[in-house]
Ligand binder design. Structure first.
Ligand code: C5P
Length: 220
């Protein structure tokens, strides 16, 4: 029997991928895979003092559904909140250029997606990890809007955030993600491009759901 669909959402930092992917997954009754959380989880372990070069095979990263959220566990420790800082984001981007790290996170994503029925968000989900995905999206937004959204997110968590610094952090991470040799962030031609500048989450999810319906009704 054919597996259930795999849907990928790639795009730059702060484009709204997580919010949209979570909502789209809920709407379709699929599982949501936040691949950035896997890179952040490894960065967290490194920041906590794991020696660089610690065998990745000794690390256990889990995504555990909890109500509407997905908890991130590293070696059994819940790091869901701790990995959401700009520092961990920067370190995640740094280690994401390492082939062993990419292999670890890609293999884990494929295991988590076994059987299909998933929405995966990341940077290379459609281009490298799931080249055979049924529907691929590239979600974008203007840098100012992405920075504003990220500031709102940080402020809601009670963290101080200055828009200029947030914007620089996002753009710096994008530069690193776009220019690395291995699995760089890129807008692939077969991905459905959505510029979410000026759109609200509901509109983006609606547009994606229609595209999934259209694409999946023509899959034989
Ligand atoms: O998506 P998020 O901002 O949480 O990702 C953190 C970092 O992890 C990104 O800046 C990127 O360097 C890396 N990443 C990646 N490939 C993915 C997901 C995230 O390289 N599929």
């Amino acid at each position: 029997m054919r597996r259930a669909p795999v849907i990928t959402i790639d795009g730059p930092a702060g484009a709204g991928k997580s919010t949209v992917a979570r909502r789209l997954a809920r709407r379709l009754g699929y599982r949501y895979i936040d691949s950035g959380a896997l890179y952040r989880a490894l960065a967290w372990k490194l920041a906590r003092g794991a020696a660089p070069g610690t065998p990745l095979a000794d690390t256990q990263v889990e995504l555990v559904p909890r109500g509407d959220e997905v908890a991130v566990l590293v070696d059994g420790v819940d790091v869901s909140a701790a990995i959401r800082t700009p520092e961990i984001g920067r370190l995640a981007s740094e280690i994401a250029a390492d082939p062993a790290v990419r292999e670890f996170c890609s293999a884990l994503q494929r295991r988590l997606a076994a059987g299909g029925g998933v929405v995966v968000e990341g940077r290379d989900a459609g281009s490298v990890v799931f080249p055979e995905a049924d529907v691929k999206f590239y979600l974008d937004a203007a840098p100012e809007e992405r920075a504003r959204r990220r500031v709102r997110e940080l402020t809601a968590r009670g963290e101080a955030a200055e828009i200029g610094r947030v914007r620089e952090e996002l753009l710096g991470r994008d530069r690193a993600d776009r220019t690395r040799t291995l699995a760089p962030l890129a807008r692939i031609p077969e991905a459905c491009y959505i510029d979410s500048t000026g759109m609200d989450v509901g509109e983006v999810v609606e547009r994606m759901a229609r595209e999934v319906e259209r694409a999946c009704s023509t899959i034989s």
